[in-house]
Design a binder for this molecule. Structure first.
Ligand SMILES: *Cc1c(COP(=O)(O)O)cnc(C)c1O
Length: 381
């Protein structure tokens, strides 16, 4: 059997809903003038709701990493100290971005598969009184662990430190309250829970975020991902062209359509639907004998990480599901996870019970066809 396109059950990109793809394929618009200014404003207003901020939002043409680069590079200068919570691959990405800006990184580590501990941040701040910012990943996509952002943000706020969050794989899929939690700068991406194709990175900046950016003595950050440049155009060219470059207009109208769908369903309803589907999927995995790598209480209901059967490199499961069932799932990502776990994304706005049932059935078929497992005892590490 061959499959022309695999059904995406990975943690991004997700398969967008049909009306989102229609919007992507709509005629190209000019990225300036009254019509576009209005589309841009409406999209940003919806993004602000989803971020939970009264601050400003921006839509960078680029992937999620563009937004993360903009947040870190705009608020910190070479040589300044940043605390980074390290417990997975995407946390390491933050550390790499920081290294590329010659920042002095202090790592606050937790084991891969475990959440970061807020107390460790308080301790690290006490030992490093000159630290300027804290950066953490909300949903660590490599392990499916949801980090305690509200608790860490409270500590950063009390210490007067800038709080930067990577919400690339969580925004739109789990509650996020930037203002209430005290997050100053936050970046996401169009292609995960936000349900649009890859191509744009929404970024939100709160009032204190601007204070940190204005304080930043670094003027060598560059132009394209510089939030000061983006703010300048958003204000000075507000009625004509409120960003410095050509916008990825079709990606923006696709994102706008997906945000309309999210707000029409209601964020609470969307989150509850994701929870229901995650619970169903995880129960089914348990029933057929797979063991979760990340327990549901440490995870988010948009992504499930599962151990492979003993002695079976999990890349074999990924290949089997693609070749025999037309399903694209992910293996372990980041050196400690390779061939140990599989990860199934159920973060598409269009996700249905049938979709996770289909993955569970394929995973059960893998057990029957590829392993000698005769009993139905759960297996694990
Ligand atoms: C996917 C992902 C990224 C990287 O996003 P790109 O769009 O590939 O740049 C960063 N952080 C997290 C948590 C992610 O899941």
């Amino acid at each position: 059997m061959t499959f022309e396109t695999l059904k995406l059950m990975i943690p991004g990109p997700v398969q967008p809903e049909d009306d989102v793809l229609d919007a992507l394929g709509s005629p190209v618009r000019a990225h300036y003038g009254p019509e576009w200014v209005q589309i841009n404003a409406e999209t940003n207003a919806m993004l602000a709701k989803v971020f939970g901020t009264q601050g400003e939002t921006f839509i960078f043409p680029g992937s999620g990493s563009a937004g993360l680069d903009a947040c870190i590079g705009s608020s910190l200068s070479s040589g300044e100290k940043i605390l980074i919570g390290l417990n997975g691959y995407f946390a390491e990405r933050l550390a790499e971005i920081a290294a590329c800006y010659n920042l002095d990184m202090v790592a606050v580590e937790a084991e891969w598969g475990q959440p970061l501990k807020p107390q460790d941040f308080a301790d690290a701040i006490r030992r490093n009184p000159d630290v300027k910012a804290v950066a953490v990943v909300h949903l660590e996509t490599s392990t499916a662990v949801l980090n305690p952002v509200p608790e860490i943000a409270r500590i950063a706020r009390q210490a007067g430190i800038c709080m930067i969050v990577d919400a690339v794989s969580s925004l739109g899929g789990v509650p996020f309250h930037m203002c209430e939690w005290g997050v100053d700068l936050c970046a996401s991406a169009s292609q995960k829970c936000l349900g649009a194709p890859p191509g744009v990175s929404p970024v939100a900046v709160g009032d204190r975020g601007w204070e940190f950016i204005e304080r930043n003595p670094n003027r060598g950050h560059g132009w394209y991902l510089n939030l000061l440049i983006w703010r300048k155009f958003a204000h000075e060219w507000a009625h004509f062209h409120p960003f410095p470059t050509t916008q990825a207009t079709n990606n923006v109208v696709a994102l706008k359509t997906s945000l309309e769908n999210l707000l029409r369903e209601g964020m609470e309803n969307r989150f509850k639907r994701f929870e229901r589907i995650a619970a169903r999927f995880r129960n089914e995995l348990d029933r057929i004998g797979y063991r979760l790598f990340t327990p549901p209480e440490l995870s988010a209901p948009v992504l499930t990480a599962v151990w492979g059967p003993p002695g079976v490199p999990t890349s074999q499961i990924v290949t089997y599901l693609a070749d025999k069932h037309g399903l694209k799932i992910s293996g372990g990502f980041g050196a400690p996870m390779v061939d140990k776990i599989i990860r199934i994304g159920h973060m598409s706005p269009g996700i249905k019970e049938e979709d996770v049932d289909q993955v569970a059935a394929a995973l059960e078929a893998f057990l029957f066809e590829k392993t000698q497992a005769t009993d139905r005892e759960p297996f694990g590490a």
